[in-house]
Design a protein around this ligand. Structure first.
Ligand SMILES: C[S@@+](CC[C@H](N)C(=O)[O-])C[C@H]1O[C@@H](n2cnc3c(N)ncnc32)[C@H](O)[C@@H]1O
Length: 455
């Protein structure tokens, strides 16, 4: 890292491409520079923020010299390029780009990731969330979940882009309006994280997740924490080490209160603090996307179908709706509270089960213990998998491929993780048949892809 923001060099860059993470790609003296807040085709002045690697640098745009035709006033004034980079809130890194062009850039990142890492040539389509005209024209007001941070001084806000400094802001354009108005009145909170959740009843829950003193705060405090950890390690696990451990904070009981989310005519119960898709239109969009994807496969409701990383059963219910009351589907999820809700949410299908397990362990058990009849049912089955951002990973993909399911619907929120897993599936004999991307995170670089694979 260069010494300080003020003394960091400012360089002129021609931005020629877009990379994973939503950063522009440029070259300076032959070295690749990843530059934030720029658009391919632009010439900018950028401040070097990280020159610690030999192979590439990172930089932040401070002035646009030749603007792209796709540049617009930032959707979040506080994150505009006119603001000092360290003062810009994170989370809307595409907010300076016209919405249609944001989608083109996301499509490019997905296509190039699949080409480079997935070793497949494809041209994924990208569509807005929801049906025709359901998404707001400017792509704002979609977040039904918003995480903010509270620092030691009691300031509440998002972290600055690429840092852990809390930035106080006067608006939250990506948040649903109920969330925004509550977020702007938060006060007197303990340092740590605070989550705002607006469920289908329209009520906003404020869920406090305070952090013990040693675990919170900006980089300086983290370093103090690491140093303390090192001291503890040197001293071993004695009473002295225990006495330095930060006292646990009381857990907000609201995190575990049950809320109801409605998707079409269906209701899902879940913990207020549990996982749910963030965009107000995402649950319905993904239900439709999975339904469309399954329609391209030979779906057998009586086969051993799986919903891996199932949460509270949203996508298992999509399979149930396709297959009817006799559908067999097992939803596998690591979080026991989510699985408990999934059990209730899937109660109308007698062949539906919800299992608490890590997916890798669940698949290992199936490989070790499934009877020949069950193995035959798994071979006829369809697997929906919706892993966290890091993807399913090689071990899970290889285990899944050994079970030889008929078809796979992979819901992915990270193009690179998807591409890497597509390559592993490819080595195991599965081909990518189609991929459609959904813009479930407007104004951020994130994109959701739904891929279909079969042998
Ligand atoms: C992206 S969410 C998808 C949830 C669900 N499909 C939905 O759409 O609501 C990923 C889920 O995987 C769970 N999870 C994360 N790692 C896991 C693992 N190794 N095994 C099983 N579940 C895991 C998380 O708790 C979370 O509920």
């Amino acid at each position: 890292m260069t010494s300080s923001a003020a003394s960091a060099p400012v360089i002129e860059l021609e931005v020629t491409g877009i990379a994973h993470g939503g950063v522009g790609v440029a070259r300076h003296d032959g070295r690749v520079v990843f530059v934030s807040d720029a658009i391919p085709g632009e010439r900018v002045h950028a401040r070097v923020s990280d020159d610690s690697k030999a192979s590439f640098w990172r930089a932040e745009t401070v002035e646009v010299l030749d603007a792209s035709a796709h540049r617009v006033a930032h959707i979040w004034p506080e994150a505009d390029v006119a603001v000092a980079p360290e003062q810009r809130p994170g989370g809307a890194e595409f907010g300076h780009i016209a919405l249609a062009h944001q989608r083109t850039l996301k499509q490019t990142v997905l296509r190039e990731s699949l080409q480079r890492m997935g070793k497949v040539e494809t041209n994924p389509t990208i569509v807005a969330a929801g049906g025709e005209g359901e998404e707001s024209a400017d792509g704002t007001g979609w977040r039904t979940r918003l995480s903010l941070h509270v620092d030691e001084a009691g300031r509440v806000g998002p972290y600055a882009a690429r840092s852990h400094s809390v930035i106080e802001v006067g608006s939250h354009p990506l948040a649903a309006s109920g969330i925004e108005s509550v977020a702007l009145t938060l006060d007197g909170l303990e340092p740590g994280r605070v989550d705002l959740v607006q469920a289908s009843d329209g009520m906003v829950r404020v869920l406090s997740r305070p952090e013990p003193a040693g675990r919170r705060g900006p980089a300086g405090q983290s370093r103090a924490k690491d140093a303390a950890r090192g001291d503890r390690r040197r001293r071993g696990r004695g009473a002295a080490a225990r006495s330095e451990r930060p006292a646990p904070r009381p857990v907000d009981p609201q995190l575990f209160s049950t809320i109801i989310e409605r998707v079409g005519d269906r209701e899902f119960s879940l913990d207020a603090g549990g996982f749910w898709q963030v965009h107000r239109l995402a649950p319905a969009t993904l239900t439709r996307a999975v339904t469309d994807a399954v329609a391209t496969l030979d779906f057998d409701p009586e086969a051993a179908n799986l919903d891996l990383y199932g949460g509270v059963g949203l996508l298992a219910a999509a399979l149930g709706d396709i297959g009817g009351s006799g559908t067999r589907v097992t939803s596998v999820e690591a979080d026991a509270r989510a699985t408990e809700h999934a059990g209730e949410n899937l109660a109308e299908w007698i062949g539906a089960r919800a299992e608490t397990s890590r997916v890798d362990r669940y698949l290992a058990r199936l490989l070790a213990d499934a009877s020949p009849l069950e193995r035959a049912r798994l071979r006829r089955g369809t697997v929906v998998l919706d892993p966290p951002r890091s993807g399913a990973g090689a071990e899970v993909v290889r285990s899944l491929a050994r079970l030889q399911p008929d078809g796979i619907v992979y819901v992915a929120c990270d193009p690179v993780a998807l591409a890497r897993d597509v390559a592993t599936f490819g080595e195991a004999g599965y081909r990518l048949r189609q991929v459609t991307a959904y813009d479930l995170f407007p104004h951020s670089h994130h994109v959701e892809a739904v891929a279909v694979l079969s042998r």
